[in-house]
Design a protein around this ligand. Sequence first.
Ligand code: ADP
Ligand code: SF4
Length: 721
Amino acid sequence: MLERVRPSPRALGDPASRDPRHDVLFEPMAIGPVTAKNRFYQVPHCNGGGYRDPSAAAAMRGVKAEGGWGVVFTEQVEIHHTSEITPFIELRIWDDDDVPMLARMADAVHAHDALAGIELTYSGINGPNLYTREVPRGCSPGPILTFTSDPVQARGMDLSDIRDLRRWYRNACLRARDAGFDLICLYGAHGFGIIQHFLSRHTNHRTDAYGGSLANRARLLAELVGEARDAVGDTCGITVRLALEELVGPLGFSNEELRELIEMHAELPDLWDLAHGTWEDCSATSRFAGEGAQEDLITGIKALTPRPVVGVGRFTSPDTMARQVREGVLDFVGAARPSIADPFLPSKIDEGRVGDIRECIGCNICVTGDTTMSLARCTQNPSFMEEFRKGWHPERIASRSSDARVLVVGGGPAGLEAARGLGARGYDVALAEASRTLGGRVAREATLPNLAAWDRVRGYRESQIAQLDGVEIYRESRMQAEDILGLGVEHVCIATGARWRADAVARHHLRPIPHHPDMPTFTPDDIMGGRLPSPGSEERTAGGLAGRVLIYDDDHYYMGGVIAERLRAEGMDVTLVTPATSVSEWTAFTLEQVRIQTRLLELGIDIRTTRALNRVDASSVTIACTYTGREETLDAAAVVYVTSRVGEDQLYRDLVARQSEWRAAGIHSVRLIGDAEAPAPIAWAVYAGRRYAEELDAPDVGDALPFRREVAALSTLAHGG
Ligand code: ADP
Ligand code: SF4
């Protein structure tokens, strides 16, 4: 039976009035010839759309402007065909043909009174030119430095190449102005962009006027900024985005050198946009860095220049933002991920609705849009990059189109988002959750080392649902088919999640392996539920063994590494075995892999890569090299399987089996969504919940494509003639 629990009262700031401590964030500020209306500065960030999905990217930027960001930038925009970073998908401004797609974005931003910025990039030694087949040109010759280790080298630029480069930048600036941009940023941070390659002794080995001293290494930057201003300076602000510290060893561009450079060229650009280290450093996940992590590196820089300074730090707390501006650490609060998770963050602060902010959880799923060359998605904001494709909006959703009542079963990310979206549409919703706690997997995973931010997925949705009159939450209400058939609801959304398998079946083994029943066996669900192989327990000493706990990771995302940390924190002797070539291999796409493996090594975890688990005996396991098949036996007191998950779809199947009773019960539809349908990362479940809410009662589109897309315009020249 459903036991009704009243939602807790809304925990909101004073409605419709800004906290005066945040006023400083709403003071306008000039950037050269243009003025930003406030201090919210969406720094450039990729989105996996770029030249392939320009309207999707433009609509996404427009929504951020609508949400109150005073400045909204593009991602990096390639200025010339001699430097491009295929397979990664960014924007281009190679010639006039690219101007309309850029103008679409600038227009979308201007529609909401924000400044539109464009980040111009010449990738130099980062651009393999796999598409254009041009010979790459770098500050100095050497192998191309990208994520993909392409077997291609760049030639060093001579002085005539540098003259060409300056002309290309100037042309790009003129086109950017024609496209309607207010701010032009010259990019040289995160190890990307030729400006940084010239600035850093790491990549600049030149002995001419562009190499050696800092003044020489900064010559190109000074020329490019000066020429950009000559070209467009009365209409556009010229900004630079530079590394706060390169973090590539003693020859890298250091924070001291940056300060020296800024003193040397204090008035050169109209704004200094500063970002830390490599992209991995700057966009560290919440597992490795907290909010405002770059504060020490940026503090004091404002005193060196009369120009405004912008810095980032995955800011989601308005108090931290306001303090950094008030204390003169920054002039503008730069943000990429917080603006993705909540495009309306500035408006919510302005309206005193800080409790409504959808805080970024620092998972970097958004980054995987770029690194997997797909369209970016966000765990917290399922409408990200669906603004054009599906017409989704982060704050609005169409009103209900019927009086139907909906039962959502399961209060994990999928069920919570479905209930929130349906409630916002005005539907009468009952959310039934088997346990006392909402959040499902995010509540459980948030108890693991450094994953506390995952719980924001629950926190945001629970607080939003508490404000919706039409949604009732029923905790400790495990539903059976029989209960549902007696409820009198028209639609049933089953979001009952998934459980980890307790065997080796995943990618390497598609079928179970031999497994002795005496070997104590665990899954991440056990560990999160508090059942672990603890030192001294009977389980652990079974067979008289000391206590190696063997984790077998054939999942490859974060869970294997996190479980290893968790068990190591209990003092266990942990060995992590994986068929992959590195630990938590997929986290290379979230920019965490190196940090994860480093941390596990530093914790003393024994890592065995390219090894499959082939057999589990009572007190030992057999692992085998994935290349040679050579086997090795390891003593083990317990095995933790981090392999794959099984959808909890029994309830759905029970209902389907009784479909003949639906009509009498008044049921029109039963849908299975989220991890219960097919396990995937949290972002997928949130998306499934949003999609359910968006599409309930929507007309059936049959076999039609369920989103808008752009198809390349065909050339009128049939055979290239
Ligand atoms: P997802 O990621 O798809 O949202 P989760 O595993 O995070 O999935 O959440 C599923 C939730 O569904 C869990 O909180 C679980 O307790 C709940 N649940 C599972 N089966 C039932 C059921 N029969 N009735 C009510 N709640 C259920
Ligand atoms: Fe933040 Fe994750 Fe969304 Fe990226 S995907 S913006 S890191 S919540």
